[in-house]
Design a protein around this ligand. Structure first.
Ligand SMILES: Cc1cc2nc3c(=O)[nH]c(=O)nc-3n(C[C@H](O)[C@H](O)[C@H](O)COP(=O)(O)OP(=O)(O)OC[C@H]3O[C@@H](n4cnc5c(N)ncnc54)[C@H](O)[C@@H]3O)c2cc1C
Length: 366
C-alpha cells in the first residue's frame, strides 16, 4: 500500500464500513435477481464518494477513486462497475460541460440525485466507436437525434446519458449530447442479462425523433469523440481497480479453502504444488495492486492503460486458477468462485476494450 493521506485513510475506512453495512446484505439479491441497486448508488452519492473525482466542484483524487472502486469490488464487482460508470460520466460533464450544464447536472450527479452513464456502443460498431450510425441533424435551433445503442450499463435506469452521435458528413465528426431519461423520444429496448455482472441495468436504448436544444451539446459540436480521451484515464484506473478487488476476493476465498480442505487427513495447503499456485496468486494480486496505485497517483495515461491491461488480464488468470484449486466444488455454478471468474471476464471487454487499448497506448508513446 502506498502512503495514504489522513483524508484518504478516512475515505478508505468509511467506504469499507459502508460496503459491509449497505452492499454486502444485498449482494446475493444483485447476483440472483439481477437487482439494480439504484438506492445504493444514491446513498453512495449522499456519502460523498462520487465527488472525489470532480475537480470542478470538489477535488480530483484518483487514488481515493481507485481505493473506493477496489473496496466495493471486493464485495460486489457489480456495484463497483456502476460506481466507475457514474463517476466517468460525471467527470465528462465536469471537464467538457458549460457552466450552465454544471449548474444543472453536476452537483446533483455528485450527490447521487442524478445517475449518469455513457452511451457509445452500437451493434454495428462494437469496439470501434468511430463506426457508430446514430446521428443527429440540425433543425432550426435544435437537434433531432435518431438511432440506437446497445450493451449500455444502466441503459434505461440512468437519469442522464452522454450519447455519441454522428453530426456531419465528415466521417470524423461526432457530437456528444446530454440526453435525459425524461426526454420524449428516448425509448428503452431489450434488457440484457450478462452471464455474470448482474444488476448493472444492462440494456439497449433508442432515440426516436428525440429533439434536443443546443445547450444539450456536451463539449464542442463535431468534436464529441473527445469524450473518449477525456474519460480514458478514469475508465482504465476504474476497471483496473474493479479487477484488483476481484483478485483480492478470489485470493481470500481460495486461501481459506486450501487450509480447510482435507485430503487423507492432510490440508490441501500441505501440498507443494498447491503452495506454489497460491504463491503465484498472491504475487499477481500484489503486482496488480502496485501498478494500479502507481497509475492512480501519477498522471500518466501510459501507466493507466498498463494498469488496466495487467490487472484485468491477471484477474482472469487468478480467478481461473482459484477455480481449479477449489476442484469440483469450485465448478459448482452457485458458488462465488466461478461467478468471480465470469465477472473478471467482463471487465476487459468494456471501459475501452483491451484490444483497442493497444492502439491508444501506442499513440500515447508516439
Ligand atoms: C457488461 C458490459 C457493459 C457495457 N457497458 C457499456 C456502456 O455503458 N456504454 C457503452 O457504450 N458500451 C458498453 N459496453 C460495450 C463495450 O464497450 C463493448 O462490448 C466493447 O466496445 C466491444 O464491443 P463488442 O462487444 O461489440 O465487440 P466487437 O466489436 O464485436 O469485438 C469483439 C472482439 O474483437 C476484438 N476486436 C474488435 N475490434 C478490434 C480492433 N479494432 N482491433 C483489435 N481487436 C478488435 C476484441 O477482442 C473484441 O473484444 C458494455 C459491455 C459489457 C460487456
Amino acid at each position: 500500500m502506498l502512503c495514504l493521506s489522513e483524508e484518504q485513510s478516512i475515505i478508505k475506512g468509511s467506504i469499507a464500513e459502508f460496503t459491509k453495512r449497505r452492499i454486502e446484505p444485498i449482494e446475493k439479491r444483485i447476483e440472483d435477481d439481477d437487482y439494480f441497486p439504484m438506492d445504493i448508488l444514491r446513498e453512495i452519492g449522499k456519502n460523498g464518494f462520487f465527488s472525489v473525482m470532480l475537480p470542478g466542484i470538489g477535488v480530483q483524487d484518483t487514488y481515493s477513486f481507485s481505493l473506493i472502486a477496489e473496496e466495493i469490488s471486493k464485495v460486489s464487482p457489480e456495484v463497483a462497475w456502476l460506481y466507475v460508470t457514474h463517476v466517468a460520466a460525471s467527470y465528462a460533464l465536469d471537464k467538457l460541460g458549460t457552466e450552465e450544464q454544471k449548474d444543472s447536472y453536476l452537483r446533483k450527479m455528485a450527490d447521487g440525485e442524478i445517475i449518469g452513464t455513457i452511451a457509445i456502443t452500437e451493434s454495428s460498431s462494437g469496439a470501434t466507436a468511430s463506426a457508430i450510425a446514430s446521428s443527429a441533424r440540425k433543425y432550426e435551433e435544435n437537434w433531432i437525434l435518431e438511432g440506437s445503442k446497445t450493451f449500455i450499463t444502466m441503459g434505461g435506469d440512468a437519469d442522464l446519458y452522454a450519447v455519441l452521435a454522428k453530426t456531419h458528413e465528415d466521417p470524423a465528426a461526432f457530437t456528444t449530447f446530454i440526453v435525459l431519461k425524461s426526454d420524449v423520444g428516448l425509448e428503452l429496448g431489450t434488457h440484457l442479462i450478462g452471464s455474470a455482472m448482474k444488476g448493472i441495468g444492462w440494456g439497449e436504448i433508442s432515440f426516436n425523433n428525440l429533439i434536443l436544444e443546443k445547450h444539450r451539446i456536451l463539449g464542442k459540436e463535431n468534436e464529441g469523440i473527445k469524450i473518449i480521451p477525456t474519460i480514458a484515464r478514469i475508465f482504465s484506473i476504474g476497471a483496473a481497480s474493479i479487477s484488483l478487488g476481484i483478485m483480492e476476493r478470489a485470493l481470500e476465498l481460495v486461501s481459506s479453502h486450501v487450509k480447510e480442505r482435507k485430503i487423507a487427513c492432510k490440508s490441501l495447503l500441505s501440498n507443494q504444488t498447491v503452495q506454489d499456485k497460491l504463491f503465484h496468486l498472491y504475487a499477481d494480486t500484489e503486482a496488480a495492486r502496485s501498478l494500479v496505485y502507481r497509475a492512480s497517483i501519477n498522471d500518466d495515461i501510459r501507466l493507466a492503460y498498463s494498469a488496466k491491461l495487467f490487472s484485468t488480464e491477471r484477474s482472469i488468470a487468478v480467478t481461473e486458477s482459484a477455480v481449479s484449486l477449489f476442484g469440483a466444488t469450485g465448478y459448482e455454478e452457485s458458488l462465488a468462485i466461478p461467478k468471480l471468474l465470469n465477472k473478471a471476464i467482463a471487465v476487459p471487454l468494456h471501459f475501452i476494450n483491451n484490444a483497442i487499448l493497444t492502439g491508444l497506448f501506442i499513440t500515447a508513446i508516439d
